[in-house]
Design a protein around this ligand. Sequence first.
Ligand code: PMP
Length: 405
Amino acid sequence: MSDITQLRKDFPTLKQTIEGHPLVYLDSGATSQKPQAVIDAVNLFYTKNNANVHRGLHTLSEVATTQYEKVREKLARFLDVNAMECVWTSGATHSINLVAAGLTSQLSTGDVILITALEHHANIVPWQQLAARTGAKLEIISVDEHGVINSDLALAEIQKSKPKVFACSHASNTLGNIQDVQAFVAKAKELGAITLVDGAQAFLHLRPNLRQLDCDFYVLSAHKALGPTGLGVLYGKYELLNALPVYQTGGEMIDTVSFTKTTFRQAPAKFEPGTPNISAVLGFGAALDYLNAINFDALHQYEQGLYQYLIQRLQSIDGIKVYGDLKNNIGTASFTYKNEHHYDLAMLLNSYGVAVRSGHHCTQPLMQTLNLNGTIRVSLAFYNNRCDVDAFISALTNSIELIEG
Ligand code: PMP
């Protein structure tokens, strides 16, 4: 796609050299780079419009409040839900914790919380803690030896365990696999489960329509989708969301406070105590504008083509093993080279200016299932191009030569 060259110019970080080489950024799964428009929006807030929201009657506060709430509406349109159903959090981790904590009174001994074997720790540990608090059982949908969930087996697993809570990543952060969440959610809901989809990785690549997906909760992190760090979203179907008890308490989320009693506002306000991350919300608003302005279908096709090119080039190297579902993927390739330590290869790649992630990627249970101590993860975004893949492959073959002596 020729205008990728144009789009790349919007990302100032991509224009630098690392260790004397042009930066090849292949770690968008950890955090995406930010277009200039996002940086400008954050900058504009601090240079011109800085004021707290929902508080003052003065002009600056009103401007900040209006702009801040407009982003919530923009996000809701993007997800095809209502603005009242979108809570600002500090990230996907915070969002999942908020739901898991809120479900405590709804679970009891023997209830099943069902997750999958490829979840990020953020979508394991809060549920494990919820199980420990309530006596519920944490059950796991397994993956095969490549790290792939078989949809039919998963549906059978859901049917068998009749979960009270079902939580699943839309796409795996380690392997990039896209899960059949639409079918999983429908089945789990049919059996009465509360469903949560972790969209931290999928949001940028798949742009989910939550009305169609019909899950009860969906979480994401702005920083993985061109936005600033320190901001996340919890979407919840309004009745379920509003029925969750308050999580953190303090200013702004209350109706009335006396020393004997406090009453709380309705969602989303009841989950947003204290001063929010206003600049990040405004930056994320610019990120959504940016995404709205580019042709998603063309971009998606481009990303998929680039991913297939990456896989083909990786698999042509002797000793490389790529894990995951290579047909149904957001553009993330996790691989090992013989028995070499992922850390050494990642360090060598960095010396060529190539940024990848190595290790367990916050999915230790998945690594244990695959019998690995870690992988190297290349995670693409639409601003990557074939030159990035070629530079990476050449750095990788050079690094392997060095290792092999
Ligand atoms: N879930 C998935 C699938 C992720 O990739 C991540 C981030 N790596 C998280 C949850 C947690 O996101 P954050 O660290 O932004 O809260």
